[in-house]
Design a protein around this ligand. Sequence first.
Ligand code: ADP
Length: 152
Amino acid sequence: MEKVAVFPGSFDPITRGHESIVLRALPLFEKIIIAIGENSDKATCFSTEKRLEWIKSVFKTEKKIEAVTYKGLTVDFCKEVGAKYILRGLRTSADFEFERSVGQINKKIFPEIETVFFLTVPELTALNSSIVRDILRHGGDVSQFIPEGVDL
Ligand code: ADP
């Protein structure tokens, strides 16, 4: 069976941190679906359309990578697309505590799912989408933090 991983997140916007996780995970899977979760309770800065367009343009030459949006539980989406792996990045111990709980509950709901974690490369540990949004809000240059192909 095809090894498919879902990389869920807000990607508000996609950063070099996200890009790095996807590229490093790529040799392990036949397909990686980058999935923007549309949760009505989480306000985002950029529209879903824009976030999706940026992800697609970053990975436009990589046939093994798809970008989509989904609603509802991540595990339900995984079942729908036939994915047995959830991909996540770990930057800090705070990430770990959060991910441990979500990962363990996801496995309770869908026992066949495995969450695969990648440790961030040291130079990208401090990077997150919220910092990028803050810099943008104040007119700063974010080009070193976002992948090529993203025209913010
Ligand atoms: P969420 O809204 O679920 O936190 P994000 O879009 O912020 O989604 O992140 C999606 C995934 O990307 C998460 O697993 C997060 O840990 C990971 N991630 C975000 N920034 C980085 C980074 N700089 N290095 C590695 N992983 C990262």
